[in-house]
Design a protein. Structure first.
Length: 386
């Protein structure tokens, strides 16, 4: 006699349940996370692009990240900012960069961990933001207002970085451009460049204005060379070095007395200065094109003897310089040749350049360390016998 299908189905289901009960499986998952020794730090240069000479100059609006680590992969995807990104500074914790946009009258923050630009911080309609410096505690940025084309600014605008709000401007000399802050965060030194930008009217400057950051007041101006454009502070906070473009010299200022010493002559028109805490005895000066140097160069300056070394040929028309965090390399942005050139601080010789089309102009360098973590998940199955 045939057994009905319903009975066969019931019997099969009973046998399956019985087999499962006799041979049940328990799954146990164990996750182990191991932290390996820190990986070598990754070093990045962030280079602003202002547009190449000709019809595009001043129309650039990007910042290009460049992995300059040993074995690095070079330039990455550009980050959009405002028009004519004149200067860039990175917070002490290395998480954000702030870019002054000369033609857009704004400052653009960039989250360096995500590579994304944040909402721009608006300045005055004719501010013409040029230089920028961030306090050692990372709470404020100070922006020099050189004045938009056809105007001449004379202020420095503080920005609260926690809120992104501008604070009351501080009056300094005409046409301020370069700015640097002492390691203790108490003073800023501002290069009063004067009417240096095409379209501005007035005299070329020849002073540096110290600013007391505790009171927000400018102190008496210090006479230096003609057309001071950049300032750097020695790591011990004792000296401010000023690049005088038209004088072809660097003026050392004793911060204790606010007196300038004898100018140090260099070959070319100095436009940027960098000093590394890893080698506080040497300043690296980027010399732009001048009547004395048709292509420009880089000059090492001894802070021990206040003397210039031999000029180093790099690309055409250097505009900005930064030293790697370990002090081994000075990275030079050469505008005319559209290159980023490494110079060994030990041998004082240039290495292979990195091509950066688009009018490279200003630079900031940061090092980021990372730990390598490995996560392993293991699944064990154990059968239970009846």
């Amino acid at each position: 006699m045939r057994v009905p299908r319903s009975v066969l189905g019931a019997t099969a289901a009973f046998l399956a349940v019985l087999a499962a009960a006799c041979n049940s499986t328990t799954t146990t998952t164990t996750t182990t996370t191991t932290t390996l020794p820190p990986l070598p730090p990754q070093v990045y240069a962030y280079v602003t692009m202002i547009g190449f000479p000709g019809s595009n100059i001043g129309l650039g609006h990007t910042v290009v990240p460049v992995n300059i680590s040993v074995g690095g992969n070079g330039a990455g995807a550009p980050v959009g900012v405002g028009t004519y990104p004149d200067a860039i500074a990175i917070t002490p914790d290395g998480t954000h960069a702030y870019v002054t946009n000369y033609a857009s009258n704004s400052v653009t923050p960039i989250d360096l961990l995500t590579g994304k630009a944040l909402a721009p911080i608006a300045l005055g309609a004719n501010a013409g933001p040029a230089g920028i410096a961030i306090t050692p505690d990372g709470t404020k940025a100070y922006v020099t207002d050189a004045g938009a084309t056809g105007t001449l600014g004379d202020t420095v605008t503080p920005i609260d970085l926690a809120t992104g709000k501008t604070l009351a401007p501080i009056t300094v000399g005409p046409g301020p451009e370069g700015i640097a802050i002492t390691p203790n965060g108490q003073r800023a030194y501002v290069a009063d460049t004067g009417a240096f930008v095409t379209g501005q009217t007035g005299a070329i400057g020849s002073t540096v204005t110290p600013v007391d950051l505790l009171t927000g007041r400018a102190l008496p101006a210090i006479p230096v060379g003609n057309a001071p454009a950049a300032v750097a502070i020695s790591p011990n906070g004792s000296t401010a070095l000023v690049a005088n473009v038209n004088s072809g010299s660097v003026s050392p200022i004793d911060i204790a007395t606010d007196k300038a010493g004898s100018p140090i002559s260099v070959l070319g028109g100095p436009v940027s200065i960098a000093i590394s805490a890893s080698d506080p005895t040497t300043a690296w000066v980027a010399d732009g094109v001048s009547t004395a140097s048709k292509t420009g160069n880089v000059t090492p300056v001894s802070l021990t003897t206040d003397t210039a070394g031999s000029p180093i040929a790099v690309g055409n028309n250097p505009q900005s310089i930064a030293v790697s965090p370990d002090g081994t390399t000075a990275w030079v942005v050469c505008y005319q040749s559209q290159t980023l050139v490494p110079v060994s601080t030990r041998t004082q010789k240039p290495g292979a350049s990195i091509h950066l089309p688009g009018g490279p102009y200003a630079i900031a360098v940061v090092s980021r360390s990372a730990s390598s973590t490995t996560t392993t998940t293991t699944t064990l199955k154990k059968k239970q016998q009846s």
